[in-house]
Design a protein around this ligand. Structure first.
Ligand code: C2E
Ligand code: CA
Ligand code: CA
Ligand code: CA
Length: 278
């Protein structure tokens, strides 16, 4: 049916046709990407700027498509969610991250907490909690070493089940962070509803450290997290000016190209040695 749809579009909108063909290629490719070993996890450091120390890592999924090359997760994650394949991808990421943490443990390398992005669709799944806990157990990793990054979209669906899942994972020691904070349309009340440890200031606010109104927003977010007793981390830090601005506002946890891009595990360790030697 999708093929027919594409031929209809062909005559009046070649651009749209290209997008649809690409999406179709992505959707078809996703079905084989695990089997064909086309997935990788990259790690981006989170640093404690004041102490010049590694605070943790964020795991980011990478997919090398045989024809398209590296496809951005921003492009394929929504398609995977629609096509019901996000569960398999999420499980694969969970497994890889646990495996990597185990390996680093054995090598005596301390990376702190590893965070993973989790979509709403994954949390809706009945087994999610058990899958996370059993995978951690299989690799002998304490739940407090893992953090889930969720987005504000979670506040839009008032699902008892999701709240229950998150509470139970939190009780087991898992950390929870609110990603892309300030970009959603949710009311603020959900912040106290979920068992959050950390708020992640979205890159768009960090970029705007020179625009006065946006600066007020960053200041507000930071002071709010301090008042609520939550950790605050800024993402997308690219310049020294941004770093200094945030640090002056007592936001000392940061992540961004200024420190490092997301890297394959082995390159990340090389980066870490260099960073620690500085
Ligand atoms: P996100 O969770 O907000 O991740 C941050 C994105 O910003 C990453 O893009 C990262 O590479 C990029 N980034 C980091 N530092 C900088 C910086 O200083 N400047 C700029 N311009 N960008 C920076 P990436 O890896 O392409 O991921 C895009 C999005 O895809 C993620 O946004 C996340 O929502 C989603 N995603 C990635 N991996 C997974 C996954 O395993 N599961 C799920 N459900 N979503 C994932
Ligand atoms: Ca994230
Ligand atoms: Ca983010
Ligand atoms: Ca973001």
């Amino acid at each position: 049916a999708k093929q027919e749809g594409l031929t209809c579009f062909k005559f009046f909108n070649p651009e749209l046709r290209q997008v649809l063909e690409r999406d179709l290629l992505i959707e078809q490719g996703l079905r084989l990407c695990i089997e064909n070993q086309e997935l990788f996890v990259y790690y981006q450091p989170k640093v404690h700027v004041a102490e010049h120390k590694l605070y943790g890592v964020e795991a980011l999924l990478r997919w090398k498509h045989p024809q398209l090359g590296f496809v951005s997760p921003a492009a394929f994650i929504p398609i995977a969610e629609e096509a019901g394949m996000i569960h398999a991808l999420g499980d694969w990421v969970l497994e890889s991250v646990c495996q990597q943490l185990r390996r680093w443990d054995e090598e005596g390398i301390e990376v702190g907490t590893a965070s993973m992005n989790v979509s709403l669709k994954q949390l809706e799944h009945m087994d999610y909690k058990d899958r996370v806990l059993s995978t951690l157990e299989r690799y002998s990793i304490h739940p407090s070493r893992l953090e889930l990054e969720i987005t504000e979209s979670i506040a839009m669906c008032d699902q008892e089940h999701i709240l229950h899942t998150l509470n139970e994972l939190h009780e087991q020691g898992l950390k929870l962070s609110m990603d892309d904070f300030g970009t959603g349309y949710a009311s603020l009340s959900y912040i106290t509803l979920y068992p959050l440890n950390t708020i992640k200031i979205d890159r768009t606010f960090v970029e705007a450290t020179t625009v006065s109104d946006q600066i007020k927003l960053i200041d507000m977010i930071i002071s709010m997290t301090h008042q609520l007793g939550l950790e605050v981390i800024a993402e997308g830090v690219e310049t020294v000016e941004q770093m200094e601005y945030l640090q002056a506002r007592q936001c000392v946890l940061m992540q961004g190209y200024l420190f490092s891009k997301p890297l394959p595990a082995n390159e990340f360790i090389i980066w870490l040695h260099q960073y620690e030697a500085q």
